[in-house]
Unconditional design. Structure first.
Length: 535
């Protein structure tokens, strides 16, 4: 029997804030593994003879840069209010030239205090602890060479003084932990997630150490030749996307508006009566585009139609989440007052996937479907035109932005019977108040378990399914929604109950957590039934 082990670097920040910035000058959280590597290199250099690294230290750092991206565990956090600082603007070369000309006055170019600029700081506050952990998986079995590298890195970690900016002072520590011990570490767990969607964190790669050493040498020589030559930024690293363990994978989307055939305005469809029709027309348009693009019949059956069987197959074979989902989006409209929001007609549609590896297929849809017509199957006439929308569209954001509280705009089809023991039939008989209470409680427990099952089926974590705060009823939680029973459902799902649902997402500590959309639960999720909008 084998057991997984990890090399764990722990950094305790000496102040409950982190100031690092990521690519695009955005606040970075969690602190990237690249920051850890740079901190270790700086600590190793401080322990070594100037201008060189001991061979065992270099070997250990080169081994670390070849490893897979680590798992991160961070404390709870929140974005703090930004503020401005006056800082030197790295113009001491101007001061030096003034001094070389014999100008030692306390004004103009000779005064360093005049060469300052304003810098905006966006700190991240640490709410319940100041320790950030990085877990690099160790090979099994562990060789003597790897063990030596680990011991060297543990020594170096004890000399780390900062994690990123100099004001982010930290105490470093290294240890080897078993998988069981890592699960005991408190905080949010962040997993490396290979996807083309979303921003990522810098992670060391083969050659990062040499690139850092080269940049440091160029920095030391920046004043040579009578002028300042700023060294180029570090360029050897990987970008790896991360998500919290409780988060669903970030889902790619292709968003479209539904226009009149002359593109003069929106073409609206009734949400309760036409949602399935719109989804079906969208699926037909995607199939037609894929056929023209030369997709194979098996790929069209799987990705476009969601069928696992061949044309001559004996029956329907589901393909699971590796298919397109067509989500007609009811507009969330302002009524009466600016704060009042009402669910209106369908004027937009999302094409997405609940699988983790269909970014390329969704990107194809984003390129290929604009300008396609939606064909009414009964009249065999076009009724709407597809026009591409950016994900930043205000109505699209209602369905994809992270939020802690969501409610359905179309009802959830429960993934099973909610009353297999016929509690409702027994409630209609002459039962005592105590028995009535028991039957109602059992019925509620059954519905609750089915909704949590639907959450798991939609790709959410066990933690979210276990701790989600759920409410359900036949009447919608959004104004403008119809009774759940009045929404159409595919023939094979009509026998299952439909309910409107409101969910408040919580983690294992019962804290509200922000979960991004699109969120669509239940048996009809590939057609837009069980679609949630952020409250």
């Amino acid at each position: 029997m084998t057991m997984d082990f990890y090399l764990c670097f722990s950094f305790r920040l000496l102040a409950p804030a982190f100031h690092g910035r990521g690519d695009g000058d955005r606040p970075e959280w969690p602190p990237s593994p690249m920051r850890v590597f740079q901190s270790l290199v700086a600590a190793a250099a401080a322990r070594s003879r100037p201008g060189s690294l001991a061979s065992r230290v270099r070997s250990a750092l080169e081994w670390l840069e070849r490893q897979a991206a680590p798992v991160l565990i961070t404390p709870a956090w929140a974005s703090a209010t930004s503020y401005r600082l006056s800082v030197p603007n790295n113009a001491m070369d101007i001061v030096a030239r003034a001094w070389s000309r014999g100008n030692y006055s306390n004004s103009g170019d000779a005064n360093p205090a005049t060469h300052r600029t304003m810098k905006t700081v966006h700190p991240t506050l640490l709410l319940d602890d100041e320790v950030v952990n990085y877990l690099w998986p160790l090979p099994d079995p562990n060789s003597a060479e790897v063990s030596a590298h680990v011991e060297t890195l543990k020594e170096i970690a004890r000399s780390v003084v900062a994690l990123g900016w100099g004001i982010d002072m930290a105490i470093g520590h290294g240890a080897v932990l078993s998988a069981d011990h890592t699960h005991e570490l408190p905080g949010e767990r962040w997993l490396p997630y290979e996807t083309l969607v979303g921003d990522g964190l810098r992670v060391p790669a083969c050659g990062t150490l040499d690139d850092l050493i080269r940049r440091h040498k160029q920095f030391l020589a920046r004043l040579g030749g009578g002028s300042m030559n700023a060294p180029p930024p570090v360029s050897v690293y990987r970008i790896v996307r991360y998500r919290r363990a409780i988060d669903p994978p970030r889902r790619p989307v292709a968003a479209f508006s539904l226009l009149r055939l002359d593109a003069s305005g929106f073409r609206a469809f009734d949400t309760a009566r036409s949602s399935l029709t719109v989804a079906g027309m969208m699926r037909h348009a995607a199939k037609a585009a894929a056929t023209r693009a030369g997709w194979s019949e098996p790929d069209i059956n799987v990705f476009i139609l969601g069928h696992g069987e061949s044309r001559n197959g004996a029956g329907h074979i589901p393909v699971g989440p590796r298919r397109f989902a067509y989500l007609p989006l009811p507009s969330i409209e302002a009524r009466a007052t600016p704060d009042a929001r009402v669910v209106g007609s369908i004027r937009r549609i999302l094409l997405t996937s609940f699988a983790q590896d269909l970014e390329a297929q969704v990107a194809w849809a984003r390129r290929s479907l604009p300008g396609q017509e939606l064909i009414d199957e009964e009249q065999t006439q076009p009724v709407a035109l597809l026009s591409l929308l950016p994900a930043s569209d205000s109505m699209i954001r209602r369905y994809v932005q992270p939020a802690a509280s969501w409610a359905t705009v179309t009802p959830v089809v429960l993934p099973g019977y909610d009353d297999p023991e016929h509690y409702r039939r027994r409630l209609k008989t002459d039962v005592s108040a105590a028995e009535q209470k028991t039957l109602l409680s059992r019925l509620a427990d059954r519905i609750d378990s089915l909704l949590r099952k639907a959450i798991m089926q939609a790709g959410f974590s066990q933690t979210l399914a276990d701790y989600a705060e759920l409410e359900w009823r036949s009447v919608g939680f959004w104004p403008g929604t119809d009774l759940a029973s009045r929404y159409g459902a595919p023939e094979h799902l009509k026998r299952f109950p439909r309910l409107h649902v409101r969910v408040h997402w919580r983690d294992a500590s019962k804290r509200l957590v922000q979960i991004p959309g699109p969120i669509c639960l239940g048996g009809g999720r590939f057609y837009g039934l069980g679609l949630f909008a952020a409250l």
